[in-house]
Design a protein around this ligand. Sequence first.
Ligand code: FES
Length: 244
Amino acid sequence: HHEKIGTEIFDLTIHFPEAAAEAVPGQFVCLYCKDGSRLLPRPISICDTEKEQGLIRMVYRIAGKGTREISGYKSGQMIEVMGPLGNGFTPNEEEAILIGGGIGIPPMLALAKSLAGVKKVVLGYRDETFLLKEFQEVCDTFVATEDGSLGTRGTVIDAMTEHGVSGKSIYSCGPMPMLKAIAAFANEKGMYAQISLEERMACGIGACLGCICKTKDKNHHTNVGNARICKDGPVFDAKEVLFL
Ligand code: FES
């Protein structure tokens, strides 16, 4: 299944039973383009899985030539895929707040569906929304838009403040400035937080070192505080990440 659901945003479901059986929320897959000149795969987060039917769903935004080529693929075509990759979220079921920003919103859907306990979702959009109804069907959902066209005008933290959204832990995926603000917010409120840094990935398979982030813990081998987002993450304890 492949469908355009927004400006340059596509909803893609592939049949990949082995990966669907294993995948956990927060993991990603690498899609390979057919054009050999673009050898690096495109890392795309998993939005949802239908394990019994062997399906993996991704919602992605066109971010370059590779994803533009993929956006032209038709239902029934074959695509080369590797995954699931990365570590995924390890959530605590109790009073979780799930926060997604921009194209970091899709992986929060699988997480929202997987949590049995009370959970709240806060979504930050630039202007146009996507996947919103599906979140609303699963749990209480609060929205922030940059232009104020829906929900709170401003950031996800503005929306949380306006609606008094509280909980014990935060799970989040989105652009780096948002994650940095969330890490500071969680720290201030004494909440546990896991953040997915997937926006910073390139090859997705540990080959290019284009995804290094600074961490407080030093690597045993190199004695420096570096982590590969694609291999060691993309999900990290927010306290472990050093934001520059
Ligand atoms: Fe290339 Fe991580 S994205 S090494």
